[in-house]
Design a protein around this ligand. Sequence first.
Ligand SMILES: Cc1cc2nc3c(=O)[nH]c(=O)nc-3n(C[C@H](O)[C@H](O)[C@H](O)COP(=O)(O)OP(=O)(O)OC[C@H]3O[C@@H](n4cnc5c(N)ncnc54)[C@H](O)[C@@H]3O)c2cc1C
Length: 365
Amino acid sequence: MSTKRPPKNQRQQASAKLHVAVVGAGMAGIACARTLAQAGHRVTLIDKARGPGGRMSTRHTEWGDFDHGTQYFTVRDARFARALENATNVVRPWSVNTVRVLDALGRVLVSAPPPKEAHFVAKPGMSSLLKHWVQPLADGSAAADARVMFNARVTRVERDVLNPEQWQLGMEDADGGQQVLGTFDRVVLAMPHPQTHDLLRSAGLAPDLRKALTTVDVSPCWTLMVAFAHASQPGLPHLGPQWNAARSTHHRISWLARESSKPGRGTVERWTVQASPLWSAKHLEDDAERVKAKLIKGFSEITGIRAEPTWAQVHRWRFAQTGQALGQAFLLDAGLGIGACGDWCLGHRVEDAFVSGLEMALALA
Ligand SMILES: Cc1cc2nc3c(=O)[nH]c(=O)nc-3n(C[C@H](O)[C@H](O)[C@H](O)COP(=O)(O)OP(=O)(O)OC[C@H]3O[C@@H](n4cnc5c(N)ncnc54)[C@H](O)[C@@H]3O)c2cc1C
């Protein structure tokens, strides 16, 4: 396990065109795949979901869309800023107004100080940025032989039967159909760290990488989405508070955002509410209806909105926010040609995932 240069024979191969499988089409996997394709390598990007995004996802409903994962992102890394230059039509700043609300005992209930840096969202939904970046890989304009596969869960990483220097992947589609895909010179796992660990363990591969993965800790997050259709008529004021997003010290809830305040969203009053990491962990296996009722109660205590939502749903993120990061940009077993990346390497932000995926690709390419 290292971030060192690969051995000489691999460096020679690295200057040739490699075929790399990137598993996971979230920010880290897509940053890695597009960088490899730009460097002239052949890339196959695979995700178990129906489309790209991972935790930068958008839930489509008849009342409008919800960013039920990432709420916004910051841009501190110059390379991230440069990559976003080709996405100006899908990325917009989102200003969160200043707010500080005290409870009956004078304690801070919600607060959103003026941001020290700009907050950005993708438009019309958070997943739009990654859809934009995946398109050139899917339509062949980034590299003629790039390939993108969705609805494909990778279940095995194993040596290719005919060419043991290379890798093949066992995959399962949404209907349980099995398929084996190969052959790859390198494999990058851009997935949540426990799933990366499980895949490597079941193959008996890379014990040093697996050991490093056990140092990472990522908290879950129960997320509530609520829509109030009657508050969408033109001319009617918002329901509830005058602020659009805030952190909260409520015992259940840590964040609330009015979806309809984000650029390019519909006008129906919609809120995304995140339970705190502690509460989410404590109630991780609770029945979803029970969690929904508790979060709606907390939401109404914070916002003063007592109206019955027209629509409400919860989503459970088992691996949402990094508590303890790995502390280096990626993991690579140079001898095997297997790497791992994701936000959990560096932190809990979209930008951490981008930097991790980018650095992983640069190490391989
Ligand atoms: C509720 C919530 C709120 C957040 N808010 C913010 C925020 O406001 N600002 C911010 O900067 N960050 C926020 N984040 C964190 C941000 O979403 C992540 O840092 C970033 O999206 C992680 O990207 P990633 O590529 O590392 O992982 P992911 O986005 O998790 O991507 C991993 C991908 O791997 C795929 N996958 C997993 N297993 C397999 C398999 N076996 N086979 C094939 N595919 C597989 C998954 O489907 C997924 O698409 C939030 C996260 C959550 C959950």
